[in-house]
Write a protein that binds this ligand. Structure first.
Ligand SMILES: [Zn+2]
Ligand SMILES: [Zn+2]
Length: 142
């Protein structure tokens, strides 16, 4: 019985298949290690640690990495933060109704097209919107 098994295992086709399996496993293993390094690097996780873990523990290390890896790419998170900050800046900025250039909230006229944007309070001098009839800062009627 053992002799038959030995004969099968020494068959050139079986040896070739076995070597192909080993080669496939080796390539797959390297690809998995490389993929983990890239993925961890992009997510801002410890790329060297995780690729080493996958290299040593193979699929088991990879499975653990998939569970504990950061949920989003570090670059995506950074980009989203920048987007939110840009929106906040855009909301806090006013634009000239005439030429659409950015103007600050206390500008009396637009520095680009000279359009009158606000009027100074006759009492305290703060910039008031043109339709306001009373200064909200010092209660003086305009
Ligand atoms: Zn303007
Ligand atoms: Zn005032």
């Amino acid at each position: 019985m053992g002799d038959v098994f030995g004969q099968i295992m020494s068959n050139p086709a079986v040896v070739l298949a076995k070597n192909l399996c080993l080669l496939f496993w080796f390539v797959f293993h390297l690809a998995l290690t490389f993929w983990t390094y890239r993925d961890a690097d992009r997510r801002g996780a410890m790329a060297w640690f995780w690729s080493l873990a996958v290299f040593i523990f193979d699929i088991a290390g990879w499975a653990i990495y998939l569970v504990v890896r950061p949920p989003e790419f570090a670059a995506d998170a950074r980009e989203r933060d920048l987007e939110i900050r840009a929106k906040e800046v855009a909301l806090s900025l006013e634009t000239c109704p005439s030429c659409a250039k950015p103007v600050e909230k206390d500008f009396l006229i637009c520095p680009s097209c000279m359009k009158k944007l606000r009027k100074p309070c006759i009492e305290c001098g703060k910039a008031l919107k043109l339709p306001w009839n009373v200064c909200p800062y010092c209660k003086t009627k305009q």
